[in-house]
Design a protein around this ligand. Structure first.
Ligand code: HEC
Ligand code: HEC
Length: 315
């Protein structure tokens, strides 16, 4: 009667128990089949990347002087990299600290020339004053081309996500490169550096006011790099970054007023120090002069090749 009739709600779970293992293996089999079709997702090799004559010359210079630290493909993973702090730059990642261009853009050849010719004092990045100017320019172009290559890899991922044919992308690489170069470099105007006002105690005092608002939390009032947030500064790879000590008067990318003006207006990409768009140019010049005023008169200047100034001299 009622009780003995098997209720549908009682027996159907058994059906699931019987079928479940099959259901479990089905997607696995599909994944395996898929994997054997396309062993690796399509990706760009550096050897595919088109180089012009100057960049090819730059690659030779790079292989001679830069691979040991910056790595075969410019990923900042050369043999010496393990021991260095800060680490050599990953050029493919494309964040550069020292530029005349707005945040998020690539450095111009002249920016790179400064880095290569003068080095970055306070880091392992050496200066290369004995390498000829032509070779330095060529390697600067090669560094730019590595950064563009990094961007092209991202473009390819987007291309694949849109289900466009990969062959088409590979065939249009020279075009892809030209477009990226235009957007990231050629069409980018450097930040204009206005002519500096006369240095007066008032200008420095005003600069200090703004410094206390915008810079103090990392750099500290006397610029020793001991502000309340100084211990938590990290770069894009989550490595701890030391805040500069201004009392030493050593600036990685030049200590002329115009260099510091650019550091403030462009920010140091890849670190927590963003670009300051706030303030009039006059106010920023005030901050620059306040920073320069913090130098300890007994501090030893960094040893740098002629023409590379780290202090106020040689504006
Ligand atoms: C001994 C190791 C070493 C060698 C050799 C070396 N670099 Fe570097 N380089 C570094 C380090 C370390 C940094 C990162 C410094 C920093 O973050 O302040 C760096 C940073 C850079 C940057 C980034 C500047 C910016 O704006 O962010 C450029 C460009 C650069 N190097 C180019 C070169 C070129 C070109 C060569 C070869 C001619 C070269 N480097 C050789 C260690 C090295
Ligand atoms: C959020 C923290 C932070 C703030 C805010 C900040 N900075 Fe920095 N700043 C840093 C860090 C970190 C570095 C070192 C980065 C490195 O060397 O990789 C640095 C480096 C510098 C340098 C050295 C550049 C060189 O060539 O070596 C200057 C100059 C500088 N800051 C000026 C300023 C000024 C002026 C302000 C305010 C307008 C400011 N910073 C605001 C974190 C900050």
């Amino acid at each position: 009667m009622h009780e003995s009739r098997p209720s549908p709600t009682r027996w159907w779970p058994w059906l699931l128990v019987v079928l479940a293992p099959g259901l479990f293996f089905l997607p696995l089999r599909e994944a395996e089949a898929g994997a054997s079709d396309t062993a690796e997702p399509p990706h760009l090799e550096l050897t595919d990347w088109p180089l012009n004559t100057v960049e090819k010359q730059g690659r030779q210079v790079y292989e001679l002087y830069c691979v040991g630290c910056h790595g075969d493909e410019g990923r900042g993973d050369g043999e010496a990299a393990t021991f260095l702090d800060p680490k050599p730059r990953d050029f493919q990642h494309g964040d550069f600290k020292f530029r005349s261009t707005p945040s998020g853009k690539l450095p111009k050849v002249e920016d790179l020339m400064h880095t290569i010719t003068c080095g970055l004092p306070g880091s392992a990045m050496p200066s290369f004053p004995l390498v000829s100017e032509t070779e330095r320019r060529a390697v600067a172009r090669y560094v730019q081309s590595l950064a563009l290559f990094g961007k092209a890899k991202i473009e390819l991922k987007k291309w694949i996500a849109r289900r466009k044919p990969v062959e088409e992308f590979m065939e249009s690489l020279p075009d892809v490169k030209a477009k990226l170069r235009k957007k990231r470099l050629d069409d980018v105007a450097p930040i204009s550096v206005s002519s500096p006002p006369k240095v007066t105690p008032e200008l420095i005092a005003k600069g200090k006011e703004l410094f206390m608002q915008l810079c103090y939390k990392c750099h500290g009032e006397t610029g020793r790099g001991d502000g309340p947030s100084s211990h938590t500064q990290r770069d894009w790879k989550d490595a701890q970054v030391k805040v500069r000590d201004f009392t030493q008067g050593i600036f990685r990318a030049g200590g002329r007023p115009r260099d510091l003006f650019l550091r403030i207006r462009t920010g140091l990409d890849g670190t927590s120090m963003g670009a300051t768009t706030y303030g009039t140019d006059e106010e920023i010049w005030g901050v620059v002069q306040y920073v320069l005023s913090l130098k300890d008169p007994n501090a030893k200047p960094a040893r740098q090749p002629a023409g590379c100034s780290t202090s106020e001299e040689g504006r």
